[in-house]
Write a protein that binds this ligand. Structure first.
Ligand code: GLN
Length: 453
């Protein structure tokens, strides 16, 4: 008997599986089957999970609405029936939209997603399910096709926080095949301090727990219905005895630009391997295998428009002229964002030996942070497709705004979770709230998230 015996699970199509193809939603990998299974896939199988299939995704994990896939768009679970009018359809969110929709429709109990900048938390919010992004390094990336290595994490989508916890326990293991995997020694240290923290609070009794509300997350484009759900989440925690503390994370405004510089720089380098020789079939009429036309044709036909746009942006960021003016400042911004979080959490960041980075005032320290996961409920499919099909770069880049709530935790490597909390008073679609905790305190975060559910 394993802890996941009989649990039906979906797997996002960017995890390598040796018995099913792995396409990452891309023409480039059409028909590709990996010779090996991702470590987390092996761990799920060893724990008794039944893997029922691969789930659709935005090509190579790039997108927020799951409309950028060679396998077609992902429909929102509430509007997926055939007789729903086009103008009434909603997106499921991305890039792990297939996993969120499959869980939302109860096709499976849980599904693996990946979260580089919010790809499990955003679709979870739109579809009304739980979406958990563990701390960076907690779950092995071996066999997860890389988008941006310094940000990529394995994620879990499920109906309840408890289900996410059991799946997490099964896949959160040190893996020597992933150089960024958290070592066992640090895991034991963190788990010890987590079990002390967890014993202090139970569902319904959060007396002494301090919940931070960062003022900078109250952004202009956030819709009123999301603000209302955020307020009721605050009230709900207060009623269980938690103390609500207004906090400031002053560099939050730098997170979105920093993310889109760092993620795309890393992506442009990662995606260089799709050259038609090692992956993807050579296209074109060139003379020999080294003819550059073959390479260009392969990439022009194998990658969708959004992936090409990102490769170009990422390559630009890494060129000599802009390395100092874009890439390095983005890395600095990332450090400042991490330091903001370190200053507000009671818990020391286990990645640093000393607590120098944590000079914040004791009176404004918090155990967890509560924000929305998205600035709106699930957008209309027609609006998203119109933007996508207009081939207007500015409109396409506008969509990056949807990630504003989720990218800070990604840049800082923190654990973060979407818990479905309410419905939009305007359209009735689900709205999720995001809880974040200090680096490595995943178990503690999950136990508090259970109190919000
Ligand atoms: N929407 C973000 C992006 O397109 C995040 C994607 C992800 O987390 N994989 O980069």
């Amino acid at each position: 008997m394993g802890p996941l015996d009989g649990m039906l699970m979906g797997i996002k199509d960017n995890f390598c599986t040796s018995t099913l193809p792995t396409t990452c939603g891309s023409v480039m990998l059409k028909g590709f089957t990996s010779p090996y299974d991702a470590t987390v896939v092996k761990l799920l199988e060893a724990s008794g999970a039944i893997l029922i299939g691969k789930t659709n995704m935005d090509e190579f994990g790039m997108g927020s609405a799951n409309v950028y896939s060679d396998s077609g768009v992902v429909q929102h679970p509430f509007t997926c029936e055939k007789d729903v009018k086009e103008e009434d359809r909603r997106v499921a969110g991305g890039s792990s939209g297939g996993s969120a929709a499959a869980v939302g429709m109860k096709m499976c109990t849980a599904a693996l997603g990946s979260d580089t900048g919010g790809s499990v938390r955003l679709p979870a919010s739109y579809c009304g399910v739980v979406g958990f992004k563990p701390s960076y390094g907690r779950c092995s990336r071996n066999g997860l096709v890389a988008y941006a290595n310094s940000l990529d994490t394995v994620g879990i989508l499920s109906g309840t926080v408890k289900q996410a916890s059991v799946v997490y326990d099964a896949i959160s293991k040190h893996d020597p095949k992933d150089p960024s995997s958290m070592p066992d020694k640090l895991r034991s240290k963190l788990d010890e301090s987590d079990s002390i923290l967890r014993s202090q609070w139970t569902k319904g009794n959060l007396k002494g727990l301090v919940v931070g509300i960062p003022q900078e997350y109250y952004v202009d484009p956030m819709s009123d219905d999301v603000v209302d759900v955020w307020r009721s989440g605050i009230q709900f925690l207060k009623e269980q005895g938690a103390t609500i503390q207004s906090i400031s994370l002053p560099h939050t405004h730098l997170a979105l630009p920093a993310y889109y510089i760092i993620a795309l720089a890393e992506a442009s380098s990662n995606l260089a391997r799709y050259d038609g020789v090692r992956f993807g079939k050579l296209k074109g009429q060139g003379e020999g295998w080294c003819d550059m036309m073959l390479y260009a044709d392969t990439r022009a036909e194998g990658f969708g428009a959004e992936v090409q746009r990102r490769i170009l942006l990422g390559t630009h960021v890494l060129t000599a002229g802009t390395f100092d003016t874009l890439f390095l400042p983005a890395q600095k911004a990332r450090r400042l964002i991490q330091a903001d979080f370190d200053q507000v959490f009671y818990q020391h960041n286990a990645l640093y030996e000393s607590s120098v980075e944590q000079e914040g005032q004791e009176s404004t320290k918090v155990h967890v942070i509560l924000t929305p996961s998205a600035i709106s409920s699930a957008p209309r499919m027609t609006d998203v497709l119109e933007r996508h099909e207009s081939s207007n770069d500015v409109k396409a880049v506008d969509a990056y705004m949807n990630d504003v709530m989720t990218v800070p935790a990604s840049l800082a490597g923190l654990p973060a979770i979407t818990v479905p909390f309410g419905k939009s008073a305007v359209d009735g679609y689900p709205i999720g709230l995001q809880l974040m905790a200090q680096y490595g305190h995943d178990g503690f975060l999950l136990s508090i998230a259970n109190s919000l559910a």
